[in-house]
Design a protein around this ligand. Structure first.
Ligand code: CNA
Length: 287
């Protein structure tokens, strides 16, 4: 109409955590994107945090560059650094965090469309999320195969060999005629098919996005943050500011156009505050 504000968007603004919490109450297709920061309070270091991240603590492996430990070409030349590191990362010794329980709570409330995780620790499953609700975009330790060949390796055999040491992994590799590797996506490898199959349809439906504990540096996963339709509220919970967001503090958009919110801090604190504002804190604490 001639009286309508020409810049008024056809969606409601969402510029603060309380506005986001309000939208959360009625959302039906929430997507959560997880990164290593969501598991830090479980005791698993992330990659890139200065000082504590894995990349700053790999000196003992004598790598040419830190990412080499997850690089397929390097693994083929020298698999032992990865096997050594995987002894520390192998699931079993860690418990889910409040961030994982929050995702489970969304599922219990029938609000979770999908949790896309870059993490390889399977803590989403341990928190009780069913397999179909999770896309393990960078794989995990659920299965293993021979590199470059369509041969499955029983994951328990690989775990035992890894724990026994370098000679045992060499023997296992000889037995299987190639390098045995957990089905974790290394740099230089394609993501699991499920990622490409589900993402387009999921993001069409997505009515709220929560991004937690990730530097959003790894593609193609990082792109997912840009997939929701214009006007879909997006919340970043992270220690530092990352990604393609336009927060109200940036001042680069009129406030009515803002739909991105930033909680700067730890994932567990962020989900607790969000749950409190959304009236979901008792349910979260009961998990
Ligand atoms: P990253 O690049 O290390 O970034 C982590 C981000 O989380 C950084 O921005 C940190 O500031 C932030 N952060 C750290 N701790 C917290 C916290 N407690 N609360 C909130 N924010 C925090 O890790 P990404 O996940 O972005 O990188 C993708 C890699 C990391 C994937 O390929 C994973 O496989 C890989 N990774 C996974 C695990 C795991 O499975 N737990 C551990 C380490 C690395």
């Amino acid at each position: 109409s001639p009286t309508a504000n020409p810049i008024a968007p056809p969606y409601a603004r969402c510029s603060s955590l309380s506005e986001f919490a309000q939208r959360l109450q009625s959302a039906r297709h929430v997507i959560v994107l997880l990164g290593a920061g969501a598991s830090v309070s479980a005791g698993i270091p992330d990659f890139r945090s200065p000082g504590t991240g894995l990349y700053d603590n790999l000196a003992k492996y004598n790598l040419p560059f830190p990412e080499a430990v997850f690089d397929l070409d390097f693994f083929v030349q020298n698999p032992w650094p990865f096997y050594q590191l995987s002894r520390e990362l192998w699931p079993g010794g860690y418990s889910p965090t409040a961030a994982h329980h929050f995702v489970k709570l969304l599922h219990d409330r029938q609000q979770l469309l999908r949790c896309y995780t870059q993490n390889i620790d399977s803590l989403e499953a341990l928190a009780g999320l069913p397999k179909d609700k999770v896309v393990a975009a960078h794989g995990n330790f659920d299965s293993a195969h021979v590199v470059g060949r369509d041969v499955e390796v029983p994951i328990e055999l690989l775990r035992e060999a890894t724990l026994r040491g370098e000679d045992a992994t060499r023997e296992l590799n000889e037995q299987y005629g190639g390098l045995c590797k957990p089905s974790i996506t290394f740099f230089g490898e394609a993501l699991p098919k499920r990622f490409g199959e589900l993402a387009p349809e999921d993001f069409e439906l997505c009515d709220l996005l929560v991004v937690m504990g990730t530097s959003l540096k790894v593609q193609p996963f990082a792109c997912l943050a840009t997939f929701p339709s214009v006007g879909v509220p997006r919340l970043l919970i992270n220690r530092d500011r990352v990604g393609p967001f336009h927060f109200v503090s940036d001042g680069d958009l009129p406030i009515d156009l803002v739909t991105d919110v930033f909680f700067q801090g730890d994932c567990d604190d962020g989900v607790r505050e969000l749950a409190r504002l959304a009236g979901m804190l008792p349910a979260l604490e009961s998990l």
